[in-house]
Design a protein around this ligand. Structure first.
Ligand SMILES: [Zn+2]
Length: 46
């Protein structure tokens, strides 16, 4: 089962809840962010 939750605030990628597992994170201000963008933000390579 896959439920559309919203879009990543950074890249606009669709975030889904799949079998109870969200393929992204909910920020403190309730916006959504995908794992790729969260990783980029926490570990910027440049
Ligand atoms: Zn993203």
């Amino acid at each position: 089962m896959q439920e559309f939750i919203g879009c990543c605030r950074s890249c606009g990628k669709a975030i889904y809840c799949e079998n109870g597992f969200l393929n992204g994170t909910v920020q403190e201000d309730q916006t959504l962010e995908c794992f790729e963008c969260e990783e980029q933000r926490e570990n910027p390579e440049k």
